[in-house]
Design a protein around this ligand. Structure first.
Ligand code: MG
Length: 346
């Protein structure tokens, strides 16, 4: 019995329970900058003892082998086969419209050329080689010269169908050692402005990268683990699998309470240790308030009300998200107490 007058909500199954596959994002989940996130490697190795563990990354600049080597250096047991990259998903998409053997204009780095070559495509860097498609992904060396080649290749030709254009991902930014830099979405946007059309996207939050993972690992009984709402959580929802948001990366409590319906995670955790721990159930009380553990949050019209701070800040955040998300009201019109989205985990 709680000192605060109300019993805690029951504990449900651990997020990892009964899953066949965990799909982990990399940056903000496994590592941040150069170093591993404290505890992440140990928890993922522990998880891998009972469930298949795959890694899923939008970063197109590295090959699956490079990524696996990096993960191994950090202490994870990872092989190239465990890594699903956006270039792999881009190649799957490409195969639907352009047969292997064709010449493809590549805007990007080794991560892309490696996958295209493995799949039997010829790679060119020039629009003058009459490519059958354009595939674009991030690499630090991509510059105006390359974007211009894409624009020349994609220019509308009278009487001809538009050339297939596939981009690995839409991420506007890419985190690097010195801060946030323009990502592939920003570079694609430059070409888009020049040619007045959009590519098809392969990476998160689009589903091709998830489909590539389901096919590789032979199951759809998967849990997505990520740190970004607009790629990891949104992508998992679109792919029809549950998702777990870990507060070790980009999106913080403030973004969580404000998240739109298409990117709500099923679990919110402070660290990957909680993968293995029973997860408290969310219970709606008779007065409409939402309770998680002993934390309780209700709504008075557009005012968010903390009824009980409860046993832990994470349960307060979970209850707050449940109340706000359950209200169906847009965050912009709500009055939210700051205590609710205070960041205890940064
Ligand atoms: Mg990430």
């Amino acid at each position: 019995m709680s000192l605060f007058g109300r019993k805690a909500t029951p504990l449900g199954a651990a997020p990892i329970a009964d899953r066949e596959l965990l799909l982990a994002d990399l940056d903000g989940v496994v590592y941040r900058g150069l170093g591993a996130i404290p505890g992440a490697v140990a928890e993922l190795n522990r998880a891998a003892e009972s469930v298949r563990l795959g890694y899923i990354t939008n970063n197109a600049s590295r090959t699956d082998r490079d990524v696996a080597a990096h993960l191994s250096e950090l202490g994870l047991r990872a092989a190239a086969d465990d890594v699903v990259t956006s270039p792999q998903a881009a190649v799957t998409l490409l195969r639907e419209t352009v047969a292997p053997g064709a010449r493809v204009l590549v805007i990007g780095g080794e991560g892309l050329t490696d996958e295209l070559t493995k799949a039997g495509y010829a790679v060119t860097r020039s629009a003058e080689d009459d490519p059958a498609a354009v595939v674009q992904g991030f690499a630090p060396e991509v510059g105006w010269v390359h974007l211009a080649e894409a624009a020349f290749a994609l220019a509308e030709q009278p009487g001809q169908p538009p050339l297939p254009w596939i981009a690995t991902n839409t991420d506007w930014t890419i985190p690097v050692a010195r801060g946030l830099a323009p990502g592939n979405g920003t570079l694609v946007s430059a070409v888009h402005t020049a040619v007045q059309r959009l590519p098809v996207f392969a990476g998160k939050p689009e589903t091709p990268i998830f489909e590539a993972a389901f096919e590789r690992f032979g199951t759809r009984n998967a849990l997505m683990i990520g740190d970004r709402l607009d790629t990891d959580m949104k992508g998992a929802r679109a792919a029809g699998i549950p998702s777990l948001h870990v507060l070790t990366g980009v999106d913080r409590p403030k973004q969580l309470v404000a998240a739109s319906k298409d990117m709500h995670p099923d679990y919110i955790v402070a660290s990957l240790a909680e993968l293995h721990e029973p997860y408290p159930e969310t219970v709606q009380r008779k007065d409409g308030s939402m309770q998680v553990g002993t934390a309780r949050v209700g709504m008075d019209g557009h005012i968010v009300r903390i009824d009980a701070e409860g046993d832990s800040p994470i349960n307060l955040l979970r209850a707050g998200c449940a109340a706000i998300w359950g209200s169906g009201l847009a965050i912009y019109g709500l009055k939210v107490p700051e205590r609710l989205y205070e960041d205890h985990w940064n």
